[in-house]
Design a protein. Structure first.
Lengths: 182, 626
């Protein structure tokens, strides 16, 4: 069996889900036997060098760069997985969705209690910067997502089981506690 | 102000369970319920301010912000929309200079949109300071606003002649017309009023009355169809200090207006039905829960109750029957569709938000103030009087084997003769359409938004398609020929709402969207399924209508429609029916819209999605490389 190729990225996330991937501990040695990593913060490959089997997305989309990266992943991965609350639902960043973006920016850069040094009232508008989206989007509202792994962050065992199931082609065991939280 | 509120409270014995009545009086007195009033009420009634506020915020006709001197509640039900709602709305806005949902700066005119007000056969209609205005046109809307600005009273704004029958009664004085198109045993005018109470019931024991009703197989006419005799029997056996008979006159299902007509012309039958039910179950408290939209009838109905009291048809030892003490009061609702659900209605009567209760216990076990309570529909109670008068055997000669007797249909929409048709159960859709003079019919909505959208053009047999494996709502059988489907408990049970759509109507955009908006507006918000899914499903439907749908979207709608079934009450469980029923019977309309070539479309446009942020920080949209 040839090694499956995996890519990962963190969009509008906190990297907690990636930490959770690392929490598979010594099993990472087994994983290396099973898979090869391509574009990912884990090996710091910046661009896709080949078509990948599985893309793991952490975080939702809050700016134009997130959109671009996500589309880039869709083009280069056969299977995309939304990993964790932010990718699936927008998560904490999406808490701003109830507030007009103008108000958010005003608070963050002009008027907030911690804004002391911005005496010239500069707003981040350099063309090099990604453009901020009016709202934070979950990944499946931007591209087609094949699988969803919920959790904040998803447990390492869940990630491990899911990857093993995908790679071996076996159906994943999803007991009640895994899909029902309350 | 304090004195006035004290007086109001004392009128209701400072009883927190009468909060709805108290709030109505406050609204009448002050036009709104101020923060100060809320504090006063909560102190004196010994309930928290939050409890007062949650009740206020639940009902359309209560407001904690000042309302205007003239408040226009324009009805946005489907037939109103088919008959020019948008133009009338626009005319109101242009002439008054106020947008809907607001009050003019001088506090003179307030404009609001409201759900069905029971005038589907004469819409668009509006309620202005409790007076009903029917058949509105843009011209009439402008004239009304002009009149208001000239300082006319509401009564002076009505140019039209009074309606027929009791609509012209001095205590009603309303332009509403009954539109009774077909009469049978219930709407029969050849009878002596209160004959049963005066001459007949004393001949039967309470058990015999229940037995007759049971034998007649009378079933609840509100839509659910629970056997009435059985309900009475349960109620009569429940222990309790008091027993309560409630007449549910909160008909809010869009397209239904039969109860309005019964209460206008045959309210003696309704009250007499309550008396008979009270006799049969040894109940001593009676309440007619009248939806707020029918407030114009309140005085008229009270006069009927006074007549009954003066003639020993209510009160102590009714008609000389020893220990038969029963009286009826009228409880006004405050504008909430869900209060037609019996346990929500009881909650509302107890001064609370109209949120359905968990069952069991059922109302017959523990209902109003925890007493055994029998809740019956207006039409059911009126029918019971006819049954006691003429006997169960007579009643059984009407209708079909599984659905005995007659049913009042409220027919509206695209037809020549909208109105009330009393038909025998078992009548086919085709017969109804013929009676109503409907031509070029595309679809018929039977049972209101929570019912079935019947495709009358469709002669195909749907029942064998894969779709039925996905979803088969009860009473929603897609049968061989839609035209021949019967109004009956075994085929299509209904509370009687029949709305007809001709071939010029856009089913998805005009009909289904309107119904979904209705459920979104009227959800009580208690169950997350019913609070969220109708909105999410409507967005999905919009996506499909806007040409961004894919096949999976239809599957999603069907799947989500199953999830919503876990909601607590009938409203929640049926809130997805407009979509589910239209997918079932008009799937081709969905398929026409969805893209065949792709399995994913998200409607996402980057340029639109960054526009607000970009313009705030002052930068232009740039395309990046990809």
């Amino acid at each position: 069996m040839s090694k499956k190729i995996i890519a990962t990225t963190s969009l509008a996330g906190c990297f907690g889900c990636h930490m959770s991937i690392l929490d598979i501990d010594e099993r990472i040695l087994d994983l290396v036997e099973l898979v090869e990593f391509n574009k990912s913060p884990i090996d710091d490959i910046k661009v896709f060098t080949k078509q990948c089997d599985i893309g793991i997305i952490e975080g939702g989309c809050c700016n134009s760069e997130n959109i671009e990266v996500l589309k880039y992943f869709r083009e280069n991965c056969d299977i995309l997985i939304s990993l964790g609350e932010c990718a699936i639902m927008g998560g904490l960043p999406a808490m701003r969705n109830g507030i007009p973006i103008e108000e958010c920016l005003h608070e963050a850069y002009l008027d907030g209690p911690t804004v002391k040094l911005n005496t010239q009232k500069i707003l981040p508008n350099d063309s090099e910067l990604p453009m901020l989206l009016n709202e934070v989007y979950p990944c499946h509202e931007i591209v087609k997502i094949d699988y969803f792994l919920p959790g904040c962050a998803p447990r390492a065992d869940l990630i491990w089981d899911a990857l093993v199931a995908l790679i071996t082609g076996n159906e994943m065991d999803l007991p009640y506690e895994v899909v029902k939280f309350d | 102000m304090k004195e006035k509120i004290k007086a109001i409270l004392e009128k209701y014995q400072i009883d927190a369970t009468r909060l709805i009545d108290i709030l109505h009086e406050v609204m009448d007195e002050f036009g709104f319920i101020s923060a100060e009033t809320i504090t006063l009420l909560s102190n004196d009634l010994r309930i928290s301010e939050a409890q007062v506020k949650e009740t206020i915020s639940f009902y359309h006709f209560f407001s904690d912000k000042p309302r205007a001197k003239y408040n226009v509640f324009l009805n946005n039900s489907i037939t109103s929309c088919l008959r020019g709602f948008e133009h009338v709305k626009e005319a109101f806005e242009i002439e008054s200079g106020v947008k809907f949902g607001n009050v003019s700066e001088d506090g003179l005119i307030g404009l609001y949109v409201t759900s069905c007000i029971g005038m589907n056969d004469q819409g668009p209609a509006a309620i202005i300071n409790d007076k009903i205005f029917t058949n509105l046109t843009p011209y009439r809307a402008k004239e009304i606003i002009k009149g208001i600005k000239q300082g006319k009273k509401v009564e002076e704004l009505i140019y039209e002649a009074n309606g027929d029958g009791n609509n012209a009664h001095p205590l009603m004085n309303t332009m509403i017309i009954n539109n009774i198109r077909r009469k049978s045993l219930l709407l029969d005018d050849n009878y002596e009023k209160f004959e049963v109470t005066k001459n007949l019931i004393s001949k039967y024991s309470p058990q015999e009355i229940i037995q007759i009703v049971e034998e007649s197989n009378l079933r609840g006419r509100g839509g659910a169809g629970f056997p009435t005799g059985l309900k009475w029997k349960f109620g009569s056996k429940m222990p309790g200090e008091h027993r309560v008979i409630i007449c549910n006159a909160d008909e809010g299902e869009p397209g239904t207006f039969k109860d309005r007509v019964i209460l206008t012309q045959y309210n003696d039958l309704v009250f007499e039905g309550m008396v008979i039910a009270a006799y049969a179950t040894a109940a001593d408290m009676g309440v007619l829960y009248l939806r707020y939209e029918y407030r114009y009838m309140l005085e008229f109905l009270n006069s009927q109750l006074d007549y009954m009291r003066n003639n020993n048809l209510l009160g102590n030892s009714i008609n000389g029957i020893k220990d038969f003490n029963f009286d009826i009061r009228i409880q006004l609702g405050a504008g909430a569709y869900i209060c037609g659900e019996e346990s929500a209605l009881i909650e509302s009567m107890e001064g609370k938000r109209g949120e359905p209760r968990d069952k069991p216990p059922f109302p017959v076990e523990r209902g109003y103030l925890n007493y055994p309570t029998i809740v019956n529909n207006v039409e059911t109670l009126a029918s019971a009087v006819r049954i006691i008068k003429n006997g169960a055997e007579w009643y059984k000669t009407f209708g079909t084997s599984d659905s005995l007797g007659t049913k009042l249909l409220s027919v509206s929409g695209d037809c020549r003769f909208p109105g009330i048709y009393e038909v025998e159960w078992g009548v086919s859709i085709k017969e109804v359409l013929d009676m109503a003079g409907a031509e070029n019919v595309q679809a018929v909505q039977v049972g209101g938004p929570s019912g079935t959208l019947v495709n009358v053009q469709d002669k195909e047999n749907h029942s064998k398609t894969d779709l039925m494996k996905w979803y088969k709502p009860s009473g929603m059988m897609a049968s061989r020929k839609a035209y021949d489907r019967k109004i009956s408990y075994s085929d299509m049970a209904t509370g009687g709402s029949i709305i007809i759509f001709n071939k010029s109507r856009d089913i998805l955009h005009d009909v289904v969207m309107n119904f979904m908006d209705f459920f979104i507006e009227e959800s009580c918000g208690s169950c997350s399924t019913c609070r969220n899914l109708p909105y999410i499903m409507k967005q999905k439907l919009l996506k499909i209508i806007n040409g961004h749908g894919v096949r999976e979207d239809i599957d999603d709608l069907l799947n989500w429609g199953k999830i919503i079934k876990v909601s607590r009450c009938g409203l929640g469980q049926t809130a997805a029916n407009p979509i589910l029923s239209s997918i079932l019977n008009f799937r081709h309309l969905y398929e026409e819209h969805v893209k065949a070539m792709t399995d994913y479309d998200n409607q996402f446009e980057l340029a639109d999605s960054v526009s607000a942020a970009n313009s705030f920080v002052g930068r232009k949209f740039i395309h990046h490389n990809s």
